[in-house]
Design a binder for this molecule. Structure first.
Ligand code: AKB
Length: 317
């Protein structure tokens, strides 16, 4: 049985991933790591162990790993793209100094490590459509620079020290549980809240801007499936392109309108978000993930929209 530590367990991905991992490996085997001020609440707090575990504090990570006999770390601590652009040094401190801490503790304690990369690891010189697995990565954002570094440093620890590092390049993640904070793709979550509340949505991204997106259940399955994958089949490690849908603001708006006919959207483009979105690919080619570890997402825009509207309507009632 695995013993897992999630760093960033109360964030957008962590809050759902912790519960999923507990349902697979047992509640007592999954420790929710959090920072002061972001304590787990409700089911997350009650269903299993939790511990203060700041990614910038190497001794604290080491202590938790030893105390719980951890063999696998999901390192989810990061600032998203827009907020990182406003606080570049903090983004680096959390994303890269933090990653060094995690990788060193993993090396000393023989842990496997999952650290997400992103579509943000690509830049304007990258082929925009069906972006290949191995291609130009010259991002213009600090978020992207830190994600490319994450991939390289994780590969370095695997090649040099044999640490079992693995990662995926997540697209914009859409979930009805914990909202994202400070990402370029957040509009694709916020739009559902407006639709369910009966409010007009003001879109910060221009029509015609395509980005890869994914429903959270597929993203969580991908992370767990990759960490369970047979290492002999892995040609790549950090990080795999994964994809399930690509749309622009009008595409998601029209899909929501099919179920909420009175829904209205206007545009008020945010220059920072737009410039980031313009530097990212339209859609990734995920053939390597499909071949090397059987990646196979289940949601498309329509099935995700039906589920988001249903779940949010129940929660916001
Ligand atoms: C962001 O928009 O910053 C993230 C991402 C695509 O990595 N959701």
């Amino acid at each position: 049985m695995k013993n897992i530590l999630i760093i960033g367990a109360t964030g957008q991905i962590g809050s759902e991933l912790t519960m999923k991992l507990r349902s697979i490996y047992g509640n007592d085997h999954v420790v929710a790591g959090y920072i002061a001020g972001a304590e787990p609440k409700g089911e997350l707090a009650e269903s299993g162990p939790s511990a203060i575990c700041d990614v910038t504090d190497a001794p604290a990570i080491s202590e938790v790993v030893k105390k719980y006999g951890i063999d696998t770390i999901y390192n989810l601590a990061a600032l998203l793209s827009v907020v990182a652009e406003r606080k570049p040094m903090l983004a680096w401190k959390i994303g890269i100094d933090g990653l060094w801490n995690v990788l060193e503790v993993a090396r000393e304690n023989n842990c496997a490590v999952f650290t997400p990369s992103s579509i943000g690891s690509f830049g304007p010189e990258t082929p925009r459509d069906h972006t290949p697995q191995d291609t130009i990565q010259r991002p213009r954002t600090i978020y992207g620079v830190s994600k490319v570094t994450t991939e390289l440093l994780s590969d370095y620890y695997h090649n040099k020290y044999g640490v079992d590092t693995r990662s995926v390049r997540f697209p914009g993640l859409i979930s009805n549980v914990t909202p994202p904070g400070g990402g370029t793709t957040d509009y694709a979550v916020d739009i559902y809240y407006s639709a369910v509340r009966g409010e007009q949505f003001t879109c910060p991204i221009a029509a015609g801007t395509y980005m890869d997106m994914m429903y959270m259940p597929d993203a969580l399955n991908g992370a767990v499936q990759l960490m369970e994958a047979n290492p002999d089949r892995l040609i790549h490690r950090n990080g795999f392109n994964i994809a399930s849908m690509s749309f622009d603001p009008n595409g998601i708006y029209q899909m929501i309108k099919k179920y909420v006919p009175d829904f209205k959207m206007v545009y008020d483009v945010d220059p920072l978000k737009q410039s980031i979105a313009d530097s990212w690919p339209n859609s990734l080619d995920d053939v390597c993930a499909r071949q090397e570890w059987d990646w196979n997402p289940t949601y498309d825009l329509e099935s995700m929209t039906r589920d988001m509207l249903e779940k949010l309507a129940l929660r916001l009632k």
